[in-house]
Design a protein around this ligand. Structure first.
Ligand SMILES: [Zn+2]
Length: 280
């Protein structure tokens, strides 16, 4: 008797909970619509007001999104950039940096649009998942996402590091852990437009280094204690990890080359790279 009474309470409790959730969801949707009416959100590409169900980019601009489709290729122009410079397992790049779509990067980098950064990161994450779901790929799944660091003064000024924001989006979709403590940006690199290519390259090379934490991490990896190094998709006793270095845009590849080289030199392990935009 007591048991059936308890079940009845549980049943109504569950029903009320579901009803409550529906009411909350509907109220939030209505509030969002009201907010859009008072403070219209606009598409980050074309500037048109967004509908309640649209996020950051309108459906029309999403339909014309200049995807690279590189995640469907074993070797793409993004991979070719690093040929003969640093050995990378795979270079992921989501869209061509072109036309009005350039505004997306500007908004993430200079307009504090963190929501958009995570949104683009999630899109990139989905393309990475698609790449690894292809059974033809023999490359192991990455264990850690390493965002390209900003100099702390620059991060302080901007309030965030756009590469970390993108990394969070990738992590939300792929489940790969983020490790931000391995690399450090040494100096504040001012605008490099007046410098020649070699000077620019040397400047970038000097700008990054492995942190003390990174050195300890590497020592642990090569030492006895392997318990700390197990990541997604790897056996706990696996002697290597696979790093995925993340940046916003892939242009000459100098920054990624330096960061990836530091990881390869110190960890002797597979390294991949990912950016949201690709400059043709
Ligand atoms: Zn639009």
């Amino acid at each position: 008797m007591q048991d059936s009474a308890f079940r009845l309470i549980l049943h109504f409790g569950r029903r009320n909970f579901m009803l409550g959730m529906i009411i909350i969801k509907r109220t939030l949707f209505a509030l969002k619509a009201l907010e859009d009416f008072i403070l219209p959100r606009s598409c980050r590409v074309c500037g048109k007001n967004l509908m309640v169900f649209e996020k950051h980019i309108c459906l029309e601009c999403l339909a014309d999104f200049p995807f690279t489709g590189y995640w469907r290729l074993a070797e793409s122009p993004a991979d070719d950039i690093f040929a003969g410079r640093v050995k990378l397992e795979k270079v992921h790049s989501l869209f061509f940096y072109s036309g009005a779509y350039k505004k997306l990067i500007y908004a993430v980098k200079y307009k504090s649009d963190i929501g958009l950064g995570k949104f683009l990161g999630r899109m990139l994450g989905k393309s990475i998942m698609e790449f690894y779901s292809n059974p033809d790929n023999k490359i192991g799944f990455p264990d850690y996402i390493v965002p390209v660091p900003l100099h702390f003064m620059k991060k302080l000024k901007r309030g965030y590091n756009q590469s970390e924001v993108i990394a969070e989006g990738i992590s939300q979709v792929t489940g790969i852990k983020i490790e931000k403590r391995l690399l450090k940006r040494r100096r504040y690199t001012k605008t490099q437009t007046r410098k020649d290519r070699t000077e620019r390259w040397l400047n970038v090379k000097k700008a990054f280094r492995l942190t003390r934490y990174g050195a300890e991490f590497s020592a642990r990896l090569f030492g006895q204690d392997m318990s700390q190094t197990a990541g997604a998709g790897k056996k706990p006793d696996s002697p290597t990890v696979h790093f995925l270095v993340v940046d916003d845009v892939l242009t000459t590849g100098a920054t990624l080359e330096v960061c990836c080289s530091i990881l390869r030199d110190n960890f002797d392990c597979p390294v991949s790279a990912a950016t949201v935009a690709f400059v043709e």
